[in-house]
Design a protein around this ligand. Structure first.
Ligand code: SIN
Length: 283
């Protein structure tokens, strides 16, 4: 279904249960006049694509400010304290912690080490890989909604221990002791498996940082986490974005998971990301 108004702003769903494309122009986005609509669509649809909108870095920063509180990146690779776009690339001459970003090739949501994860990420394609490099998204609200009732009852009060080092082991299963210690210094965080949002909606909290279900044996815990990830990432809850240069995609980090598909690390693929501060703690 498409809606048209005075300035160009056409919304078209790209998959049944996740994702809409908004066909609009830079001026409309930068004016902030549609910010409320964009936030509403993001919360309802999980992912919004702005095809070939071609925002510059400064325009992306300005657009991010129209939607909420700009979240600064921390750590190496970030320009501490200043509003800036963050390079997502495997090129360590552009991002010195490119290796750490390899966790992004596995289903995850951002901010599981915090009490209040970021609300949203906004990512623009600056250079593409010739093959691969799509981004997959799945809707963790829809995945919860459609779980059979008896399974909901079994899991709704469970808690899961999350640790950043778990996600790093996906890409480097045999780290050095020093690497493991550095990852483990980031600590762990115990989160509800089912997030009861203040809106009344509920979503599954899963992803590559999920280490174990609290109080459950290792094998049972692993089985449950893999079963739920398999459920949540089924095609009916998912959308795969095949990038074109200049595309910008924004996703609700609180009700989706995402992952990058493999690509040649020497391909030069470069995405620029900004983020919105979280507004709601895991609960
Ligand atoms: C991310 O996980 O934030 C990046 C995903 C991608 O590079 O497609």
């Amino acid at each position: 279904m498409a809606t048209a108004v005075s300035s160009r702003f056409e919304v078209v769903d790209v998959a049944p249960k996740i994702g809409s494309a908004i066909h609009t122009d830079k001026a409309t986005l930068l004016s902030g006049e549609r910010a409320k609509d964009i936030r509403e669509i993001m919360e309802r649809r999980g992912v919004i694509v702005f095809p070939e909108i071609n925002l510059t870095d400064d325009e992306q920063i300005a657009f991010t400010h129209t939607l909420g509180t700009f979240a600064h990146e921390d750590g190496e690779g970030a320009k501490d304290g200043k509003d800036s776009v963050y390079p997502i690339t495997m090129d360590s001459s552009i991002n010195p912690i490119a290796d750490y970003l390899k966790g992004a090739f596995f289903w995850h949501l951002d901010g599981t080490m915090s009490e209040k994860p970021i609300l949203a990420s906004i990512m623009s394609a600056r250079a593409l890989a010739p093959v691969g490099g799509e981004t997959d998204f799945c809707n963790t609200y829809a995945a919860w909604d459609e779980l059979p009732a008896d399974e909901k009852t079994q899991i709704e009060n469970l808690k899961v221990i999350h640790a950043m080092w778990r996600s790093q082991l996906y890409w480097k299963p045999e780290p050095t002791f020093a690497e493991l210690e550095a990852w483990m210094a980031r600590g762990s965080n115990t989160l509800p498996l089912v997030w009861k949002h203040r809106s009344g909606r509920q979503s599954l909290v899963l992803g590559a940082t999920a280490l174990e279900v609290e109080g459950m044996g290792t094998a049972e815990s692993e089985k449950l986490l893999v079963k739920l990830r398999t459920w949540a990432t089924q095609p009916q809850f998912s959308y795969r974005h095949t990038w074109k240069l200049g595309d910008m995609v924004i996703w609700d980090n609180t009700g989706t998971m995402h992952r990058a598909l493999p690509y040649d690390h020497k391909s030069g693929r470069l995405m620029m990301r900004t983020k919105l501060e979280g507004e709601e703690a895991f609960a």
